[in-house]
Design a protein around this ligand. Structure first.
Ligand code: HEM
Length: 448
C-alpha cells in the first residue's frame, strides 16, 4: 500500500518521465546500491533512457541518453547546477567549487585554472610530482605492498606537496588521517550524531581548516614569497585577478585535494591491476618508459617532453578509466521547473547524468569489455562528443592533464624499477565506487 501510495503521490505531477519511486523516504536506494549498474539497465529496459526514481534521499531523474547527457552538461546557465549531496557540500565548504554557480564559479574556476595551467605543470608541478613519486616508490623491492593504500597516500601527499611545498613534510602526519575521515564523511548520510561518519567528517574538516589557517597566518607574517599553489592563491591580486578571501583559499585547497584524490589513486591502482593481467600491454608500456630512461641520466627528472612522448601511457590511462569506470556519472539539480527531453522536471529535483554505460558502447568501442589501450592511439577517440570520463561542458575537469601527469609519472617509476605479482585473494568492488575492500596486495621485486 505504501509503495502504491508513493507512486500515486508522484503521478499527480504532470509530465514527469516514466519510472518508479519506491518507498517513501528510502525510495529505491537499496535496490540502486545492491544491484548497481544492473538496476540502471533494468529500469532503462522498462522505461527508456530517461526515467524517474528516488535515490539517495531525493527524487531523481536518471539520464542514460548520450545526447541528453551532453545537453545537460552544456546548459548549466539554464538552471542545471551541480546537485551533490548535502554531506559533501557541508564538509567541503560553502566556497567549494561545486557549491558555487554563475560568476562566482567563473572566478573560482579561473583562479584554479591558472594554478594548474600547462606552464605551471611544466615549471613547477611536474618537477614536484617527479621528486615526490621517485621518493615514494623507494624501497619497495622484495616487499608485499598494498597498491591501493600506496596510491591513496601518493595522490594525497603529492597534491599536498604541490599546494604547500616543503611545509607539507611537517603537516602531513596530522593532515592525512583527518583527510581520510573527511572523505568518508562526504560520502555518508548527513546525520549529525556522535559516532556517525558525517560528524567525524565535519570534525575532520575543522582540523584541516585550522591547519591551513595557521599556515596562512605564518606565511603572512613571514612575508616570504612561495612558488607553490598556496603562494599563488594568496597573491591572486598581484596577477591582476580578484583577491580571494582566506575562507575561499582554504575551500579551494580542500577542493583540489578532494577532486584529485580518489580519481587519481583509483585510476593508478586499476592501471596496475590491468597491466598485471595483460602482459603484452605491460611490455609495450615498459618499452616506452625504458626508452625515456635510456635518453637520461638516472637522476634526471621527467620533463614535459618526456610526458608528451608517453603516447601509449596516455592510452593505458584512458583505457583504464573507461573499462573500470572510475566515475559513474555526475549529479545536477534543477533551479526551476524545466522541460528536458519532452518531460517536465520539477524545481529542486536531482538529475543523475549517468555516463557509465557509454563507456561500454560497442559502436564507440568495438569489443568494449576487453582492455585494449591501442584503440586510443587513434586521437579522434579522445575528442569524440560522448566521452565523459572527465565530465563535460562548463564543469569539465580542470585537473585532467595534471591527473594524467601524476599517473604517468607513477607508472614511469613503477614499471622501470619493478616487476610485480598479485598475492591473490583480494576482491575488487566495482560499484558504487571502485575499491578493494581489503586492499590490493602485490609482491614487488626489482627489475633487472
Ligand atoms: C584521473 C583523474 C581525474 C578524473 C577521472 C576526474 C574526473 C572529473 C569529472 C568527471 C569531473 C566533472 C564533475 C561534474 O561535472 O560535476 C571533474 C571535475 C573537477 N575536477 Fe577532476 N578528475 C581527475 C583529476 C583531477 C585532479 C588531479 C584535480 C586537481 C586539481 C581535479 C579537479 C577537479 C575540479 C576542481 C572539478 C570541478 C570543476 C568545476 O566544477 O568547474 N580533477 N573531474
Amino acid at each position: 500500500l505504501l509503495l502504491r501510495w508513493n507512486e500515486v503521490r508522484f503521478s499527480k505531477k504532470k509530465g514527469l518521465p516514466p519510472g518508479t519511486m519506491g518507498w517513501p523516504i528510502f525510495g529505491e536506494t537499496t535496490e540502486f546500491l545492491k544491484q548497481g549498474p544492473n538496476f540502471m539497465k533494468n529500469q532503462r529496459a522498462r522505461y527508456g533512457s530517461f526515467f524517474k526514481s528516488h535515490i539517495l534521499g531525493c527524487p531523481t531523474v536518471v539520464s542514460m541518453d548520450p545526447d541528453v547527457n551532453r545537453y545537460i552538461l552544456m546548459n548549466e546557465g539554464k538552471g542545471l547546477v551541480p546537485g551533490y549531496p548535502q554531506s559533501m557540500l557541508d564538509i567541503l565548504g560553502k566556497c567549494n567549487i561545486a557549491a558555487v554557480h554563475g560568476s562566482t564559479h567563473k572566478y573560482m574556476r579561473g583562479a584554479l585554472l591558472s594554478l594548474i595551467s600547462p606552464t605551471m605543470i611544466r615549471h613547477h608541478l611536474l618537477p614536484t610530482i617527479d621528486h615526490f613519486i621517485r621518493t615514494h616508490l623507494c624501497n619497495w623491492d622484495s616487499q608485499i605492498v598494498d597498491i591501493q593504500l600506496k596510491t591513496k597516500e601518493m595522490a594525497l601527499l603529492s597534491s599536498l606537496k604541490q599546494i604547500v611545498g616543503p611545509e607539507s613534510g611537517s603537516i602531513s602526519g596530522a593532515f592525512m588521517p583527518e583527510f581520510f575521515k573527511l572523505v568518508l564523511g562526504t560520502l555518508s548520510l548527513p546525520i549529525d550524531l556522535p559516532g556517525t561518519s558525517y560528524r567525524r567528517g565535519f570534525q575532520a574538516r575543522k582540523s584541516i581548516v585550522a591547519i591551513l589557517r595557521q599556515l596562512i597566518v605564518e606565511r603572512k607574517e613571514s612575508k616570504e614569497s612561495h612558488l607553490d599553489m598556496l603562494g599563488y592563491l594568496m597573491n591572486t591580486e598581484e596577477s591582476n585577478r580578484c583577491k580571494l578571501s582566506d575562507d575561499e583559499i582554504i575551500d579551494q585547497v580542500i577542493t583540489i585535494l578532494y577532486s584529485g584524490y580518489e580519481t587519481v589513486s583509483t585510476t593508478s591502482m586499476m592501471a596496475i591491476k590491468y597491466l598485471h593481467d595483460h602482459p603484452k600491454v605491460l611490455q609495450q608500456l615498459r618499452e616506452e618508459h625504458l626508452a625515456i630512461r635510456a635518453r637520461k641520466k638516472p637522476e634526471d627528472p621527467l620533463d614535459m617532453d618526456d610526458l608528451k612522448s608517453m603516447r601509449f601511457t596516455r592510452a593505458v590511462i584512458f583505457e583504464t578509466s573507461r573499462l573500470a569506470t572510475i566515475v559513474n556519472g555526475v549529479l545536477r539539480k534543477t533551479t526551476q521547473e524545466m522541460e528536458i527531453n519532452g518531460f517536465v522536471i520539477p524545481k529542486g529535483w536531482r538529475i543523475y547524468v549517468y555516463t557509465r554505460e557509454m563507456n561500454y558502447d560497442p559502436c564507440l568501442y568495438p569489443d568494449p569489455f576487453s582492455f585494449n589501450p591501442w584503440r586510443w592511439l587513434d586521437k579522434s577517440l579522445e575528442s569524440q562528443n560522448y566521452l565523459f570520463i572527465f565530465g563535460g561542458g562548463t564543469r569539465q575537469c580542470p585537473g585532467k592533464e595534471l591527473g594524467i601527469a601524476e599517473i604517468s609519472t607513477f607508472l614511469h617509476y613503477f614499471v622501470t624499477r619493478y616487476r610485480w605479482e598479485e598475492v591473490g585473494g583480494d576482491t575488487l568492488m566495482k560499484f558504487p565506487r571502485v575499491e578493494a575492500p581489503n586492499g590490493l596486495h602485490v609482491r614487488v621485486s626489482h627489475l633487472n
